[in-house]
Design a protein around this ligand. Structure first.
Ligand code: FE2
Ligand code: FE2
Length: 212
């Protein structure tokens, strides 16, 4: 991603926040993001949008995916009460729980030189990222903690951010986490909406750079 694209994405991200989120502390959170690498960091060290600027773009992709899923499917189902939930999800809740869902990835990816053998068996270097997390709280948990330091979160937003990775963040601890995830799914439709949007953005909308 070019510097110009990164700067345009920063403008677009801030505009989305200000358009949809009316919550005390938002401006302080945006000021804080400027002191981090949020706008220049990759979204992943090896997978989707593993390039400079990937994290901000991914966050916006998840927002747009969630809004489209809600408008095309969720709104009608929730209005009819045909599923387990009835009601509405606000654009503000979707914005809060998508645009900030991966703040846990700020300041953890550091550029490094990686090595591999080329076709002729010669060692060649290629650019990559290594992960150093100074606040290893967990993935969604850490995002909740960071966001909550600036703005209040509703229970369903907390649950949606905490569980946005769904079954992909179960680690070795097994069944108790799976039960908690299922429980979260049963508490709010925002949980499955944000998880689905994150999954679609990561796997359908975003490319992985293959450094060769
Ligand atoms: Fe994530
Ligand atoms: Fe994500």
């Amino acid at each position: 991603m070019t510097e110009l694209e990164i700067s345009q994405n920063r403008d677009a991200f801030r505009a989305l926040c200000r358009e949809h989120i009316r919550r005390d502390g938002l401006e302080r959170l945006l000021e804080y993001l400027d002191t981090t690498d949020f706008y220049t960091a990759p979204s992943s060290s090896m997978y989707h949008l593993n390039e400079d600027g990937g994290l901000c773009l991914h966050s916006m992709n998840v927002f747009h995916a969630a809004m489209k899923l809600y408008e095309s499917l969720g709104r009608e189902v929730l209005a009819s009460g045909g599923g387990p939930f009835r009601g509405e999800i606000s654009a503000e809740s979707i914005a809060v729980s998508t645009l900030f869902h991966d703040l846990c990835k700020m300041n953890i990816y550091h550029k490094t030189e990686r090595w591999k053998k080329d076709e002729t068996g010669r060692w060649v270097s290629y650019p990559g990222y290594e992960v150093k997390d100074e606040l290893p709280l967990g993935h969604g948990e850490k995002s909740c903690y960071i966001v909550r330091g600036f703005i209040k979160l509703q229970r369903d937003e907390l649950l949606a951010i905490r569980w946005h990775m769904g079954m992909f963040d179960m680690g070795d601890s097994g069944s108790s986490l799976i039960r908690s995830f299922r429980n979260a799914l049963e508490q709010s439709p925002l949980v499955s909406l944000v998880h689905s949007a994150d999954f679609l953005a990561s796997n359908l909308m975003e490319v992985t750079q293959k450094y060769k």
